[in-house]
Design a protein around this ligand. Structure first.
Ligand SMILES: Nc1ncnc2c1ncn2[C@@H]1O[C@H](COP(=O)(O)OP(=O)(O)OP(=O)(O)O)[C@@H](O)[C@H]1O
Length: 284
């Protein structure tokens, strides 16, 4: 079942000379993890802003084509051009690169409650959802903490928890680990994997940690110059190593090494991880 359909989408920011998105078309299926790769300036963040209508409602420009969001609970379809961001945000939750830009309450608990209060839910339901979001994001025990005192990984998990509590069907994460150290990055990527595995949440993830995308995404799109230039399963995308290298998409070392070994006919399969590479080499 499709949850988002993007059709011939083009967008140019006000006063910009060039289009940031050009004839972009693809679909997102319920429950999948869609990874988005591409060099800086290729349009990944712009695309993320179209899913909940921030583009074209809050950030305006030349917009053509359609983004259709389908609520799997009711089957209703919403064209983002004609639907307010407040409505779309109940279906599509967007987490931005820098968690600090999304955190402005005095306690962890208030941060999660904030969006829920705006949904007009009753107190019991709000409490239930806060407990659930704290548990899922591994922030139990930190309810009364002042958000700026949290570690980078905890702040980003809180930003995700606050969005999750709204129970969106689709979670869009735009480079959620780019401001984090390796520990924080593992925490956040671990949470995303958990949300997929145990909660079946649909995830759209822009992430420079290509190794993660290639291992965990169901499908990947690669953008360049506002266009989609590759789309497929990770196994198909990695076959296009030359294209990825040309774009400057950083590949995990195991993939680079296995690509070279495969090119020389020494191994048959590309390896996404060091363990896979080792087992390929051992089987020679
Ligand atoms: N508010 C804006 N006004 C005008 N142009 C913009 C604006 N935001 C982005 N752009 C331009 O749109 C293009 C796509 O930018 P976008 O941020 O979507 O790329 P990106 O792939 O997310 O890059 P990064 O990986 O660096 O975040 C770039 O040329 C950028 O300069």
């Amino acid at each position: 079942m499709k949850v988002i359909t993007v059709e011939d989408l083009s967008f140019r920011y006000r006063r910009a000379v060039n289009y940031s998105l050009r004839d972009v078309s693809f679909e997102v299926k319920k429950g999948e993890l869609l990874g988005i790769l591409g060099p800086s300036g290729s349009g990944k963040s712009t695309l993320c802003l179209t899913f909940n209508g921030i583009i074209p409602h809050s950030i305006k420009g030349d917009f053509s084509g359609d983004v259709i969001v389908r609520d799997p609970k009711t089957g209703e379809e919403y064209n983002t051009k004609e639907t307010p961001v407040a409505k779309l945000s109940t279906i599509v939750g967007l987490v931005l690169q820098n968690p600090e830009s999304q955190l402005f309450n005095m306690t962890v608990e208030d941060e999660i409650a904030f969006g829920l209060e705006n949904l007009g839910l009753d107190r019991n339901e709000i409490m239930r959802r806060i407990m659930w979001a704290l548990e899922v994001s591994g922030l139990e025990g930190l309810e009364k903490e002042f958000p700026p005192n949290l570690s980078g990984g905890q702040k980003q998990r809180l930003a995700i928890a606050a969005i999750l509590a709204m129970k969106p069907e689709v979670l869009v994460l735009d480079e959620p680990t780019s401001q984090l150290d390796p520990v924080g990055r593992e925490e956040v990527l671990g949470l995303i994997s958990l949300l997929r595995k145990e909660h079946g949440i649909t995830v759209i993830l822009v992430e420079h940690h290509t190794g993660y995308i290639l291992r965990f995404a169901d499908r990947v799109i690669v953008m360049d110059g506002g266009r989609i230039i590759l789309e497929g399963k990770p196994g198909e995308i990695v076959e296009e190593v030359e294209v990825l290298r040309r774009l400057g998409v950083k590949l995990p070392p195991s993939l680079e090494i296995s690509h070279e070994l495969k090119r020389r006919g020494l191994i048959k399969r590309l390896a996404f991880t060091e363990e896979d590479l080792l087992s390929e080499i051992k089987s020679l």
